[in-house]
Design a binder for this molecule. Structure first.
Ligand code: MN
Length: 501
């Protein structure tokens, strides 16, 4: 149960100077409009609205988003009109509600048909205009997943699958890891019931064992770091969430021996220098495993994640993963893009109305620059992707899943420019993402200065150089060795133009 007092309290804690009046007003308005309405699980609708708003407050979002959380079902389930919302709450909140209601109307993403495809396209467009629409939708989905039990079995499966395929990856893409974990673990038992039960049984003791081990070595690690004058802000055990463990086990043919990060030790230190110092000290005391040192500080993941990871033969020879980061990186890893609303409102309270536009001038001056660039990039990619042509609804959904929602890698041009591609992309994908001409005349590729086959999947951090020959041109086989829809379409276009497709 969440109460309006708790929500206001949470909101006030991270926005001490902001006005919470609009949140209380939205609460009262929703209470009146939904009065007497119950959900399938027999709980009052108001409970669902409180829970949704609570999650938004936990995400540290602004007052408009939390108010919209209370009003998100109002157009669909009550006689209240958009005009009334506009009159009572203003344009900003009304436009959030409009976007959300629009998404709600598309009941079924899996009934593929041209109309559904058109709808989903519009949803994504609505999302691309204001990212808060997605955040509210994600919060709504978390509570819907928590109460999924009350729905018919067929509907449970469908919503859970949609959560795994669309909403959890969206949360991941936005860098909001706790929402992604939550959504995945809520959906997992409905989509793969047997695998879930089996894994849950097997992992229980291993989790406990791992956590206990880390509790035992924590004082030792602390002492070693203190001796070297490193101030440790926090040190704790981090257990891998069930669904991501399941995914990893699938990748490793269910071989538990290969899972080194079931429970990792996480160390939070004040600054970046400290992070590298800790890494050095850990390696000096315990031998690292080859190929397991990851510097996501110098090379952040495309969703903004930063941290140092290393796996060592720790005390007693136990293979243990260390994750080392600053408080800012830790905050970013949990809240991702949502954190930016927090900074935004902190930075400017008086002119809140003026900064409602997502990429307004005011926003630009208030947020750390790299974050703004990442948000704009994200929006740009979404908009670019939507311009692509799709020959069938299936192709559209596949492209959404692969081009847009799949895990991404960063690769570099020889000039050091970063190109962001989906996992599994090849040098041909890379070429087309840089420039159509480069793709159309691609004769070969050098990856990290070594000649590489054009269908060899690229890996994060590689430098890719495309060898161009004027007389080279795409052939039909290329269609099999590209991953992205963009490259596929460019190749098809070329083949069409040259009349051999
Ligand atoms: Mn809802």
């Amino acid at each position: 149960m969440a109460t309006i007092e708790q929500i206001i309290d949470k909101f006030k804690k991270c926005h001490p100077l902001a006005d919470a009046e609009i949140i209380e007003k939205a609460h009262q308005f929703a209470q009146k409009a939904h009065n007497g309405q119950k959900r399938k699980n027999n709980e009052p609708v108001l409970e669902h609205l409180l829970q949704t708003a609570y999650i938004l407050a936990e995400l540290k979002l602004d007052a408009a988003s939390i108010a919209a959380g209370f009003l998100h079902d109002i157009l669909e389930y009550t006689p209240v009109t958009l005009e009334e919302i506009k009159k009572n709450f203003g344009e900003e909140i009304a436009s959030l509600i409009e976007g959300l209601t629009f998404i709600e109307k598309v009941k079924c993403l899996h009934k593929t048909g041209d109309r559904q495809m058109e709808h989903l396209r519009k949803i994504l467009l609505a999302m691309a205009k204001d990212i808060r629409v997605i955040l509210i939708k994600l919060a709504d989905r978390v509570h819907n997943m928590k109460t999924l039990n009350a729905l018919p079995e067929e509907k449970q499966k469908r919503l859970a699958l949609e959560t795994l395929e669309i909403y959890a990856p969206l949360a991941y893409r936005l860098g909001i890891n706790w929402l992604r974990r939550e959504l995945e673990d809520l959906a997992f038992p409905y989509v793969y019931p047997e695998e879930y039960l089996d894994l849950k049984k097997k992992v229980k003791d291993k989790y406990l064992e791992g956590e206990e081990y880390i509790k035992r070595i924590t004082p030792l690690v602390k002492r070693i770091l203190n001796e070297r004058n490193i101030q440790v802000l926090r040190i704790d055990a981090r257990a891998k969430h069930l669904y991501s463990l399941y995914q990893k086990l699938l990748r490793y043919n269910m071989d538990w021996q290969k899972i080194y990060d079931l429970v990792a030790i996480r160390i939070i230190v004040p600054n970046v220098e400290n992070c590298y110092a800790v890494l050095g000290i850990v390696h000096k005391n315990w031998r690292p495993l080859i190929g397991r040192i990851k510097d996501y500080i110098a090379m952040p993941k495309p969703n903004g994640y930063q941290s140092l990871h290393t796996t060592v033969f720790c005390k007693g020879g136990k293979i243990t993963e260390f994750q080392i980061r600053t408080p800012e990186m830790d905050n970013e890893a949990t809240f991702g893009i949502a954190a930016h609303w927090y900074y935004k409102e902190r930075g400017n309270n008086k002119n809140r109305k003026d900064i409602s536009r997502f990429v307004g001038k005011e926003l630009l001056s208030q947020k750390p620059k790299d974050k703004i660039i990442r948000e704009i990039e994200w929006m740009k990619q979404l908009q670019e992707w939507q311009k692509e042509e799709f020959s069938s609804p299936e192709e559209f959904f596949n492209s959404l899943k692969i081009d847009f929602l799949r895990k991404r890698i960063f690769v570099f041009t020889p000039k050091g420019e970063v190109i962001d591609l989906p996992e599994g992309a090849t040098p041909i994908d890379f070429a087309y993402h840089v420039h159509t001409e480069l793709g159309d005349h691609c004769a070969g590729a050098k990856v990290d200065n070594k000649l590489t086959a054009l269908d060899q999947p690229l890996e994060n951090g590689q430098m890719v150089e495309i060898i161009v020959q004027k007389d080279k041109s795409p052939n039909r086989d290329w269609l099999k060795s590209v991953r992205t829809n963009l490259a596929k379409n460019r190749i098809k276009n070329w083949l069409k133009r040259h009349q051999n497709y």
